[in-house]
Design a protein around this ligand. Structure first.
Ligand SMILES: [Zn+2]
Length: 217
């Protein structure tokens, strides 16, 4: 069964190369968002990490079943309009591999709004990223979920009161056309974004394993 061993070895080698390409791509990807942005549009973005597929999870200890249904409905709307897919993984897998993690805060007047936080941790050449969305349990409005999710996807605020990305609550619970076109073009139809399907943390961990293996040989 030597040939079979060789095929497996070749496949592992191919996977290793893909991972290495993805690692460097993940460092370069913010530039593509700018490159693919339609001209003359006042859309701000933060560190862009365009992907046609996002992994996410919902914390079952803080979010109720109803909250989860609301989150899924909002993501379905976003997906239907832009083409970007959202794949739910069991908690906390998605958030630990760099996907979007949804947490719920206790319902209170103070926490009527959601918040999104993302960050990165750099260790040597390894970059770990995370993206957490906090939304008030039981008060989930679609505009809050959409607004925070778009932050997690890399979009920033703009100063158009009609926009879902306006920093203050306006009650708009739909995404305006130009933003839909922007997301569709930069994320879903951008061929380079497909290199970013695998969350960066998976790439980092695989890279780390390869690094150890190479040092051992
Ligand atoms: Zn915001």
């Amino acid at each position: 069964m030597l040939w079979r061993g060789k095929i497996i070895k070749d496949l592992i080698e191919l996977a290793e190369w893909l991972v290495i390409i993805m690692y460097f791509w993940a460092l370069l990807s913010p530039a593509t968002l700018e490159y693919f942005a339609p001209p003359n549009q006042e859309i701000e973005y933060q560190v862009g990490n365009p992907r046609p597929i996002y992994f996410y999870d919902v914390d079952p200890s803080s979010c109720t079943e109803k909250d989860r249904v609301e989150i899924e409905a909002a993501l379905e709307y976003l997906s239907k309009n832009t083409g970007v897919k959202f794949v739910r993984l069991p908690y906390p897998i998605a958030s630990s591999i760099g996907g979007i993690g949804y947490r719920c805060t206790a319902p209170s007047i103070k926490s009527a709004l959601g918040e999104e936080s993302h960050g990165l941790f750099i260790f040597s050449i390894f970059i770990f990223t995370w993206s957490n969305v906090r939304i008030p349990s039981g008060h989930l409005a679609r505009d809050i979920i959409l607004h925070e999710t778009l932050h997690a996807m890399g979009l920033g605020h703009n100063n158009d009161p009609q926009s879902i990305m306006y920093p203050y609550v306006t009650g708009n619970d739909y995404i305006e056309d130009r933003l839909i076109k922007f997301i569709s073009r930069s994320y879903y139809k951008n061929p380079l974004a497909y290199l970013n399907i695998i969350p960066r943390n998976i790439v980092v961990v695989t890279f780390f394993i390869l690094f150890i293996r190479a040092n051992r040989e």
